[in-house]
Design a protein around this ligand. Structure first.
Ligand code: ADP
Ligand code: MG
Ligand code: ZN
Length: 512
């Protein structure tokens, strides 16, 4: 009795204290689990050892960045002369062209710490955390100077402010501007930002003392592609027949990341064959794979195969009739990726401008598949879905951006121009439709007039499923190659286009 009462009393006094202690312990544990966001916790990116010579091509960009490297290495040399160091460098250009790679190479070459952060990660956090993160990043970098602060996808926070749509983003951007203005350009901390587009960035970012050095990182030209392929096969055993030069010629418009991907896929494919070396057929296979995706297991019935064969043959025939068959690399009705069949078009030229005639020829080629279906079957299928999307995009650019309509020939009429009248919009849309409809009518005529050649291609396709260049040339031997794409006199010169957008009518790709 006595003992029980004692126990009860003890429990009543001690239990709450024990519970309290347990609670304190749990809270302490929970707090420790929250990632530390103090500056000391921001660590440089260790995986940043990219030697300078692993960045291939991009000679101009490298030359410009050389200056940044020199400043980081030996700021006194310049300070003595009263020179102000670079503070912010913006690398802009299409995805996969080596912007991240360049930033890392600068850090490596200068022996600087590398602090990387993707600006898109700020957009998901709230309550001023993005701004705090920027503060910490700069604090850590200054402490560890020489250092590079690398901000990837700058457009995620650096878009034009004041839309009131994203307050968090504005706060982050403001903090970035404060940080950049707050330190003297001493060459000890340099901010490198990357973006796919420069046109959407807030002007305030590009002012002197901020990202005032802007370097366009272009998709590689022929020499650049060769160099990139060489870098990424340096440690891979190549067979004597592996022709990197040919792959480089067939990949105009592809970015470095695609080329790296091709080299890697080729090695995997050779490995699957248990080969000792990478042969050209591995590279060729990899190129096709990168352009079209994985082989798929879709099984087609005979009647479907016939539709697909005519569709693909129509693309090829219309391309040929427009003088665009030099790049016809392969036609196949073996499904791959989302395509049931496709035409692999690898024009071996680096083009920067296209004439109106060439673009119209491109639209015709895109519509050649549907045209063949209509001529042969009297009805059309949904096989042309992606063709039509590309036609819409291309004709939109022609009329909206490049002044290639019939009445709209000397100005742009962008979709983003608020002031467009209803009348202008109607006229603009009619122009776009006219280009596409005319091209389609001509494609139908082309196909109808060359029905023999079309049937020949289809028969061969149904027999062997895949036709390579030599076979295509043979089948089209007596069909005169057209000249539309060679550029008629007085052709409208397409403006250079926004190079960063990577749009071009002449890219290697598969049309299906
Ligand atoms: P971006 O940042 O411009 O999108 P990345 O720098 O991330 O492109 O490039 C992705 C990958 O592509 C790199 O890791 C590299 O393997 C390859 N690559 C791209 N450009 C080049 C180049 N100029 N030289 C060598 N490799 C390149
Ligand atoms: Mg990148
Ligand atoms: Zn098609």
């Amino acid at each position: 009795m006595e003992i029980l009462a004692l126990l009860r009393e003890a429990a009543l006094t001690w239990l709450p204290i024990l519970l309290l202690l347990a609670l304190v312990y749990l809270m302490w544990r929970a707090a420790a689990a929250i990632p530390r966001t103090r500056a000391e916790a921001v660590r440089p990116d260790a995986a940043s050892s990219v030697p300078w010579d692993k960045v291939a091509g991009l000679d101009e960009a490298k030359e410009e960045l050389r200056e940044v490297v020199d400043f980081l290495r030996d700021p006194e040399r310049f300070e003595r002369l009263g020179a102000r160091g670079p503070k912010g460098v913006l690398l802009y250009g299409p995805p996969g062209t080596g912007k991240t790679l360049l930033a890392k190479a600068v850090a490596h070459e200068a022996g600087a710490a590398f602090y990387a952060q993707s600006a898109s990660s700020f957009v998901e956090i709230f309550g001023g955390a993005g701004a705090a993160r920027i503060r910490q990043l700069f604090k850590a970098a200054r402490k560890n100077a020489p250092a590079i602060v690398f901000l990837d996808e700058l457009d995620a926070v650096g878009g034009q402010r004041g839309t009131g749509l994203n307050n968090e983003r504005d706060q982050t951007l403001n903090q970035l501007l404060v940080e950049m203005d707050g330190f003297v350009a001493s060459g000890r901390v340099v901010v490198i930002a990357a973006s796919n587009r420069i046109d959407v960035l807030d002007r305030a970012l590009l002012r002197p003392g901020r990202f005032d050095r802007q370097i366009f990182v272009a998709p590689p030209d022929l020499a650049g592609r060769k160099a990139i392929l060489a870098v990424h096969t340096r440690t891979k055993p190549l067979a004597a027949d592996a022709d990197l030069e040919l792959i480089a010629r067939q990949t105009a418009g592809l970015a470095g990341a695609d080329l790296e991907n091709i080299c890697n896929e080729a090695a995997i494919y050779a490995g699957r064959r248990h080969a000792e070396r990478i042969e050209h057929r591995d590279l060729d296979w990899a190129l096709e794979r990168v352009l079209t995706g994985l082989a798929s297991r879709i099984a087609m019935g005979d009647s479907e195969k016939r539709v697909v064969a005519y569709h693909e043959a129509g693309h090829a025939l219309v391309a040929h009739l427009n003088g665009r068959s030099d790049g016809l690399h392969r036609i196949t009705i073996v499904p791959r990726g989302e395509a049931l069949g496709y035409v692999l078009d690898l024009p071996e030229i680096d083009r920067h401008i296209s004439t109106r005639d060439e673009l119209v020829a491109e639209v015709m080629m895109l519509l050649g598949g549907r045209a063949a279906e209509e001529v042969v079957f009297g009805s059309v299928s949904n096989a042309a879905g992606s063709d039509l999307e590309r036609v819409t995009e291309l004709t939109r650019l022609m009329v909206f951006d490049w002044g290639m309509g019939e009445t709209v020939t000397s100005r742009t009429i962008r979709a983003t121009d608020y002031a467009l009248s209803e009348e202008t919009k109607r006229m603009r849309d009619a122009e776009q439709a006219r280009i596409a409809d005319r091209a389609y009518a001509r494609a139908v005529d082309h196909v109808a007039e060359n029905r023999d050649a079309l049937d020949r291609i289809v028969t061969a396709l149904l027999a062997s499923e895949t036709l390579d260049r030599a076979e295509i040339v043979e089948l089209l031997r007596d069909v005169p190659m057209g000249t539309a794409a060679s550029g008629a006199i007085g052709a409208v010169r397409a403006r250079r286009g926004n190079p960063a957008s990577g749009r071009s009518a002449h890219r290697p790709r598969a049309s299906w």
